[in-house]
Design a protein around this ligand. Structure first.
Ligand code: ARG
Length: 458
């Protein structure tokens, strides 16, 4: 395989170096984008008078054939040709001869690889937007299914205050909503064409990069050719956004793993989403949730690798940049599967209402409601806190719930406590009495649900 750059060399490339520097083994995933960019580039060269109409059609036809060959598995990739770009160009020349040699006019692999990567990442990003929406929709449906169900709300993993299950599910919907917005925002910077920057300096040939940008569906064209070939910010930003999605899903996974233990016993996981043990016959493990939790580490590793690779890179293109692709592909593949599996998990999980109700009776979660009650009677909050602390201590010593203490007992802590205290104590009353914005009040949760139904269009 003769290298397109062999003119200046006397020696053959060392075999080990060839293996070490190749990227076609992984960047062949960019073949569709490379062919799309190549076609748009040829058409632009035609419009600018650098290729004849016949030459453009020949290139278009040749590239199309190559695409079909790759898709049917008939294409032979050569490591000696380094990367997907040179493999496709060499195949084009083999196919259509001299005309193929004109495709690389006013083009470099430096602007081409930047272009292909952006096109690939754009498609991946759009797919992730859909997957996020589907996961949000699954959470909203679950919330709708259990609109009345009260669960313990935790802080420090200790029982804190009762909340509606729907409210906690909607908290994840909010996280994924921000992830969605971050991806949309990233897309703006990603969707700018670097094609036409050539190696780094532009060209003396009369090209029209704005028109290729339009043809390829970019929202804009680069402003500075040096920046265009060396900028991988959108890739780094995209992978950061993927990390945050993975972080959010790992929180859900961890919570549900805990909720599925016999100690909590809040959840019944669908068998089809669990696996067994090779030695312990009774086991039903939520390995899929554990892997969602774990894969977060892997995606964060991808980001760390990228940031470190790009640190200190002088302008403009450096071969270091070739290292962006495996991390990007891995982060996309990983998070894509995590979001898809998480959505299925959400759909199939069942909440054990009776066990959850029993858990809600523990931990004096209505203590804050009692303090608020005293505030309503004119007691300064700090003092109310102190009084209720003593009530809780007494109740705990008796193994009693707050609502289990009779009025006389309660009045020993504050003479302001009256019969109406029993409309405040107990988890159900807590929920009914919440009223603040964005709280677990049924009306507020209903409002949040409606907002999401509307946004998700279902
Ligand atoms: N395979 C290379 C990459 O992914 C393509 C660009 C190579 N350019 C160069 N001048 N060696 O970055």
């Amino acid at each position: 395989m003769k290298k397109p750059w062999s003119g200046r060399f006397e020696k053959d490339t060392n075999e080990m170096v060839e293996q070490f520097t190749e990227s076609v083994s992984f960047d062949k995933r960019l073949y569709k984008q490379d062919i799309r960019a190549g076609t748009a580039h040829a058409e632009m060269l035609g419009r600018c008078g650098l290729l004849t109409d016949e030459e453009v059609s020949e290139i278009r036809r040749g590239l199309l054939e190559i695409e079909k060959e790759i898709e049917s598995g008939d294409f032979e990739f050569h490591v000696a040709l380094e990367d997907i770009h040179m493999n496709i160009e060499a195949a084009l020349i083999r196919k259509i001869g001299d005309v193929g040699r004109k495709l690389h006019t006013a083009r470099s692999r430096n602007d081409l690889v930047a272009c292909d990567t952006r096109l690939w990442a754009r498609d991946a990003l759009d797919e992730l937007l859909d997957l996020l929406r589907a996961c949000q929709a699954a959470l909203v449906s679950k919330a709708e299914e259990h609109k009345e169900l009260i669960v313990p709300g935790f802080t420090h993993l200790q029982h804190a205050q009762p909340v509606l299950l729907a409210h906690t599910l909607l908290a994840y919907v909010e996280m994924l909503g921000r992830d969605y917005g971050r991806l949309e925002d990233c897309r703006k910077r990603l969707n700018v064409s670097p094609l036409g920057a050539c190696a780094l300096a532009g060209t003396s040939l009369p090209i029209d990069p704005q028109s290729t940008a339009r043809e390829l569906g970019f929202d804009g064209c680069f402003s500075n050719s040096i920046d265009a070939v060396s900028d991988r910010d959108p890739v780094l930003e995209f992978v950061f956004d993927l990390c945050l999605i993975a972080v959010h899903l790992s929180r859900l996974a961890e919570e549900w793993l805990m909720w599925s233990t016999p100690e909590f016993d809040f959840l019944d996981l669908d068998e089809a989403f669990c696996t067994g043990s090779s030695i312990m016959p009774q086991k039903k493990n939520a390995d899929a949730l554990e892997l969602i939790r774990a894969k977060c580490g892997r995606v964060c590793g991808d980001l760390m690798g990228l940031l470190t690779t790009f640190k200190s890179q002088p302008l403009a293109y450096n071969r270091d940049m070739q290292e962006d692709k495996e991390a990007l592909f891995d982060a996309v593949d990983t998070v894509r599967s995590c979001v898809a599996v998480a959505a299925k998990f959400v759909q199939t999980v069942a909440f054990k209402e009776d066990h959850i109700a029993r858990a809600c009776e523990m931990g004096h979660m209505d203590a804050t409601a009692l303090a608020d009650y005293l505030v309503g009677k004119g007691v300064p909050f700090r003092e109310a806190h102190e009084i209720v602390g003593r009530v809780v201590r007494a109740a705990a010593a008796d193994g009693a719930k707050l609502e289990g203490l009779d009025l006389e007992r309660l009045r020993a802590f504050s003479a302001l406590i009256a019969e109406d205290v029993y409309q405040v104590l107990g988890t159900r009353n807590c929920i009914e009495n919440y009223r603040s914005h964005g709280s677990s009040a049924p009306a507020e949760v209903q409002r949040q649900l409606e907002v999401w139904h509307e946004r998700l269009g279902h």
